[in-house]
Design a protein around this ligand. Sequence first.
Ligand code: SF4
Ligand code: SF4
Length: 243
Amino acid sequence: MNRQQYRAAILVLSFLLMSVTFVYISPLVMMTGLLNGVIAAALIFWIAAFILTFILGRVFCGYLCPMGAEQELIDRAIKIDHRVVPHLRYLKYLLAVLWVGGAIFLAAGSGGLVLNPLFSLGNGLPPWQAGAYIFLYGMSLGVFVLVLILGRRGMCRYLCPMSVVFITITKIKDRLKIPSLHLEAQPDTCIRCKKCTASCPMSLPVQEMVGAQTMQNPECIVCGSCAEACQKQVIRLAWLWKT
Ligand code: SF4
Ligand code: SF4
């Protein structure tokens, strides 16, 4: 199996396990915890995911996020177009300000946070209530509609407030050239076939990035699809930066 087949298998697993994992990573549970003065498992998860981004880039988005998985599986099943809606990406920045600002506001107003990873989990297992399933699968349906309207990974590109934190960290680690997962390219052997661009689940202009020798796009989820689509081996994933 190649990297994309492994990635597809992980995405399927992530989507299928969503009803089990969601409560451990739900931003909503994280916020409810803060509202009650509690550091829930979801907050610990997000802090860990953000810290790991300094080394792994946006691996969470590319390989693990159940919502990202759903969007890519829809794309693979019914071939969703690349679609770029000018300026709509600012919406996720607005949502991120509200989300992160809200989290800081709740934490500051809590008068001291208590660590309780089992918050809202009862005996440590996800709450198997009908309401939770209706919410979860209602949200999945919403994601499906969004992808149809906004194109490939439309939710990641225009609406996910968590992606803004990942983008910010990616910009910092790329600027500081911290050894981490990122793309490198050898533009001299590029034949401009644009297979890399066609394969990108984030609708990035990969061939133009190669030509301009600017492979560091903070929207890149380091999935490696472009590297595997390129028959000339122009693009590769690397840890160390070219000097
Ligand atoms: S797939 Fe490879 S050869 Fe084709 S345009 Fe992209 S980088 Fe160039
Ligand atoms: S640029 Fe390449 S590695 Fe980055 S998201 Fe697009 S296909 Fe994946």
